[in-house]
Design a protein around this ligand. Structure first.
Ligand SMILES: Cc1cc2nc3c(=O)[nH]c(=O)nc-3n(C[C@H](O)[C@H](O)[C@H](O)COP(=O)(O)OP(=O)(O)OC[C@H]3O[C@@H](n4cnc5c(N)ncnc54)[C@H](O)[C@@H]3O)c2cc1C
Length: 391
């Protein structure tokens, strides 16, 4: 195999591929036709199997009963899960390693550990109407009141809130000196004062919704604050680093499946007496897609390897942005080409290419838009130079 993966990585890759092929992909069309929803028994089985396979414990430290997989192994898993449409691969929650560093023992036991055993589900409430690309300008405030904080504000695009029972919420702490430190809080979604004020539909058919919440005088115990006041943006950065890398991995998986499906169709679709795979304009689309996928894949695996080698975190952070930028833009181009190869059939929702064409679009937007990734890369380049960044 051209990409030199260790036996352990290959074993995880195989496990995730089998799960995707046998348990998730067969339900895609049903999910697409029912706003992303599947019958409860199927959702429960997928969730139970994911937990049993260890997918919810990949990034959990061994001390906490986790698998503490390398970033490379995790990329291999998420790459395979990226082959699935309709976000069916989000059938499990997954604590991230930084949470075990940031949280107290009690917080880990209450909020984090139950994610890995499948007993709780979480969502993330960072973005606001006026704060998306620039989380520094968040307006939701947390005012200290004895052993509680009182939180007021609005949160947009809270993915998976309908499946979750708590949120990790970012707010600005109201301070006398006006310093506005950011902080993260565990917020039970049943807390009084929390209401859904909008639940827009989006371009994809996912069971996870992205509602807008209003918080009015929401009282949160001070014990629910993650780390110190002022640490909020740092934790968000750790979260972004991992998410960006795994988005890149998923985009590579999606592109691989798209190319395979496009190739298969092109071999069997006869137009003008020949399979369209014999036409060079079709071959060019497959060739460009494969070459671009290879580039994105190498970058994604190398970003993971850099993390595994313990390289400078700031440089790793930039490489996660590079991987996310290149892989998400690549996957969108590949989806567009493969829809084209399928012709009219590519416009049907039962065709995977059509679903990917809509679903992959958001990978250029969330966890930092492509423009924001470019800014991160440019700032890092100006600071470190080409050699400092690329060797
Ligand atoms: C389906 C979906 C699910 C989401 N899930 C979550 C979630 O679970 N939790 C959460 O907190 N958020 C979530 N988000 C929010 C997401 O992270 C933001 O949409 C994203 O960060 C962009 O913010 P914005 O939409 O406010 O765009 P804006 O910040 O308003 O940007 C608008 C445009 O301006 C560009 N732009 C902004 N600043 C600059 C600049 N300095 N230079 C050049 N161009 C710039 C952007 O790239 C973009 O093209 C989700 C979004 C979507 C669509």
């Amino acid at each position: 195999m051209p990409l030199a993966l260790s036996d352990t990585t290959k074993a995880w890759q195989h496990k995730a591929r089998e799960f995707a092929e046998t348990e998730l992909i067969p339900h895609e069309v049903e999910a697409e036709m029912h706003d992303g929803r599947l019958p409860d028994e199927i959702e429960h089985r997928q969730h139970a199997l994911a937990v049993e396979l260890g997918l919810s414990r990949m990034d959990v430290p061994k001390d906490w009963g986790g698998l503490e997989l390398s970033a490379t192994d995790q990329v291999a898993v998420w790459e395979q899960l990226g082959r699935v449409t309709n976000a069916l691969c989000w059938c499990f929650s997954e604590p991230q390693r930084w949470m075990f560093e940031a949280c107290t023992r009690e917080q880990i036991e209450t909020w984090i550990q139950p994610l890995s055993t499948g007993r709780r589900r979480e969502c993330y409430a960072i973005t606001e109407a006026e704060a998306g690309s620039d989380p520094g300008s968040i307006r939701t405030t947390a005012r200290r009141d004895g052993d509680h904080y009182v939180i007021d504000g609005e949160k947009w695009f809270v993915t998976g809130a309908n499946k979750a029972d708590f949120a990790i919420l970012e707010a600005v702490v109201a301070t006398a000196d006006g310093s506005r430190p950011h902080a993260l809080f565990f917020l039970d979604l049943a807390t009084p004062g929390l209401e859904i004020i909008d639940n827009p539909s989006f371009g994809h058919a996912f069971a996870s919704h992205h509602p807008t919440y209003r918080l009015t005088g929401v009282r949160v115990p001070a014990a629910n604050r993650i780390g110190e006041e002022g640490a909020g943006l740092d934790y968000t950065k750790s979260w972004f680093r991992r998410e960006r890398l795994m988005i890149a991995a998923r985009c590579c998986g999606a592109a691989a499946r798209l190319i395979e499906e496009g190739m298969e169709f092109a071999r069997t679709r006869i137009v003008g007496g020949s399979p369209i795979a014999e036409y060079q304009l079709i071959q060019a689309m497959l060739a460009d897609s494969t070459a671009e996928l290879w580039g994105a894949k190498l970058m994604t695996y190398e970003a993971a390897a850099m993390q595994d080698r313990g390289e400078d975190l700031a440089v790793v952070h930039t490489h996660c942005s590079i991987a996310k930028l290149v892989a998400s833009e690549m996957a969108n181009r590949v989806a567009d080409r493969v829809v084209q190869i399928f012709g009219g059939r590519g416009y049907m929702r039962r065709t995977a290419a059509q679903r990917f064409y809509r679903e992959l679009r958001v990978d250029r937007i969330w966890e930092g838009t492509s423009e924001i990734q470019r800014l991160i890369i440019a700032r890092s380049l100006l600071k470190r130079g080409v050699e400092g960044l690329l060797g």
